[in-house]
Ligand binder design. Structure first.
Ligand code: GSH
Length: 254
């Protein structure tokens, strides 16, 4: 039996939900409320000491880290494989996965917080924010301290946009050789970048790649058309469904 601790709108949770849906698996859902910091509850941190979602529990064994969970599911459940058969293509896929974790996964957090999550911290002064929101997070203390209660700087956001544009340019180049990032095979590389592209589109930022990387726009249409996509991005999984999104403009957050 698979149990998933996750949050509806978390991109890392969406990566795993998309993988599970593509493989036709079922799971018992345990929703974690990130706004009330349930991910930092001592009982939850016993299974995920990083204090983040998602966490998979498979017949009592705990697996953490979305990309690791996706690879684990592919190894354990052979149906609908999302990893190539040969080692060289698996290395190509993992090269994408590492890049996606390092570059766009990190970059997407900056506009997500400035444009959608900042109101969570409304009314907190700097010292209360640091004590209650930043220093309590095992993985994200530095990120939260840098953000503060008023948000990231214009430079931070512009750097994030630059990283997204570089990602989509790289994707566009790869997509010249096939419908998916590895060519003909739909793989975990597509699965784990999809929630990031979806988040940027949800924030109204698809213009960052629409003119320059048209193959990414086509890829996003193709991936959304897959039945698994609707399963993973069920109603309530997108920020615009329940949060007011502040349009990005310079100094808007100051
Ligand atoms: N490397 C981890 C990162 C997980 C992660 O950052 N999850 C975010 C949601 S997408 C989270 O739980 N944030 C809560 C927090 O920062 O306190 C993974 O891929 O699973």
């Amino acid at each position: 039996m698979l149990e998933l601790y996750h949050a509806n709108h978390s991109t890392c949770s969406q990566k795993v939900r998309l993988c599970i849906a593509e493989k036709g698996l079922k799971y018992e859902s345990h929703l974690i409320n990130l706004a009330t910091k349930e991910q930092l509850d001592p009982d939850y941190m016993k299974i995920n000491p990083n204090g983040v979602v998602p966490t998979l529990v498979h017949d009592g064994s705990v697996v953490i880290d979305s990309s690791v969970i996706c690879e684990y599911l592919n190894e354990v459940f052979s149906e609908n494989p999302l990893t190539p058969d040969n080692a060289f293509d698996r290395a190509r896929m993992r090269k994408w996965m590492r890049y996606i974790e390092e570059v766009p996964t990190a970059a997407v957090r900056f506009p997500s917080f400035n444009m959608a999550f900042l109101p969570r911290f409304h009314g907190l002064d700097e010292s209360a924010f640091i004590e209650e929101q930043a220093d309590v997070r095992p993985l994200r203390k530095g990120f939260f301290r840098r953000m503060g209660p008023t948000g990231f700087t214009d430079e931070d956001i512009e750097e994030s946009f630059d990283q997204i544009t570089k990602t989509t340019a790289r994707m566009d180049e790869a997509l010249a050789s096939g419908p998916w990032l590895l060519g003909d095979m739909y793989s975990l590389a597509d699965v784990i970048v999809a929630p990031l592209i979806d988040r940027m589109a949800d924030l109204g930022l698809a213009h960052l790649w629409e003119d320059t990387s048209p193959r990414v726009t086509d890829w996003y249409v193709r991936i959304q058309a897959r039945p698994a996509f609707a399963e993973a991005f069920y109603s309530g999984a997108r920020l615009t469904e329940f949060l007011e999104i502040r349009p990005w403009s310079k100094h808007a957050h100051a």
